[in-house]
Design a protein around this ligand. Structure first.
Ligand code: GLU
Length: 284
């Protein structure tokens, strides 16, 4: 069923009607009119999930077109709880500046992509969760130090358009810092390496993944500044009827210990000490 790719009002209305007419809670996985599966548990439908593709440890597309990382594994767990096999998942790249649009346009059913819950974003989309807490930090060259938040005002920083990381710098803690904004974090790494920028700033969870990549061995380090709290939520279309089921799946993953194992598997190798699982607050 390819309805999830359709954005016309008529198709949305039809899909919504199908969902509403479905009886039994197993069919709640059918999406919100944007598509998704058509049969609930094992019913042969698909679910389209947005993830990052260039963030090692979180969402990374491999050379054999596989998707790996913490966000990917949380997405697989939630999808399984909603009745989808791994083979039923269609992965889509969800770049930082595109996430709200992708949900609004019905390009994806849900997004697991280091997606911070913010009031501004909640005007256009809904969130389930949170399922992880990260903190904004700086990635700097290994032989340099940035010890005070005030020092950031002197720096040229690189981040990504539409991210909380880019927004926070000038609005919250470094009004005078120079900001360069690109479409992906990996593009900032080249600038950091060749001296065009002094630091890449985003969530420490993401930065730890870059610092520990073999290609960057010994080149970069985290400054160790906790500049914000970033609560990662599951992005859902506004008005989604799946939030309760997604929250239940996240809570189950935390309670059965799989969440902690998944954290260790993906962040352990980077030496990143993740915070404990947050309380789920996005309930209505
Ligand atoms: N978590 C932050 C955000 O959602 C930064 C990471 C990202 O760009 O995905 O904006």
């Amino acid at each position: 069923m390819k309805l999830r790719k359709t954005t016309s009002a008529a198709a949305l209305a039809l899909a919504t009607a199908l969902v509403l007419s479905a009886c039994g809670s197993d069919d709640s996985a059918n999406g919100d009119g944007t598509g998704g599966a058509d049969g609930g548990d094992g019913g042969g439908g698909t679910i389209t999930i947005g993830v990052k593709v260039d963030q090692p440890g979180l969402g990374l597309q491999t050379a054999d077109n596989d998707y790996v990382g913490f966000d990917v594994d949380v997405a697989k767990y939630v999808a399984a709880e909603l009745g989808y096999d791994e083979a039923d998942i269609e992965w889509r790249e969800a770049p930082t500046p595109e996430r709200e649009n992708m949900l609004v346009n019905g390009d994806v059913d849900m997004i697991f992509a280091t997606y911070s819950i913010t009031d501004e974003r909640k005007e256009r989309v809904d969130f389930a969760g949170p399922y992880f807490v990260a903190h904004q930090d700086l990635l700097i060259r290994a032989d340099e130090e940035v010890t005070e938040t005030d020092d950031i005002n002197e720096l040229t920083l690189c981040s990504v358009v539409g991210s909380t990381s880019a927004q926070n710098v000038n609005e919250k803690f470094a009004p005078d810092a120079q900001m360069q904004e690109y479409s992906g974090y990996s593009e900032c790494l080249t600038g950091l390496e060749n001296g065009a920028v002094d630091a890449l700033t985003t969530d420490d969870s993401i930065l730890a993944g870059y610092a520990s990549q073999e290609a960057h061995a010994g080149k970069f380090k985290l400054a160790g500044l906790h500049l914000s709290d970033e609560y990662y939520g599951v992005g859902l279309p506004k008005g989604s009827d799946q939030r309760a089921d997604v929250n239940a799946a996240l809570q189950k993953m935390i309670d059965d210990g799989v969440w902690a194992e998944t954290v260790e598997e993906h962040f352990g190798p980077a030496g990143y000490e993740a915070a404990d699982a947050p309380e789920i607050t996005e309930t209505d």
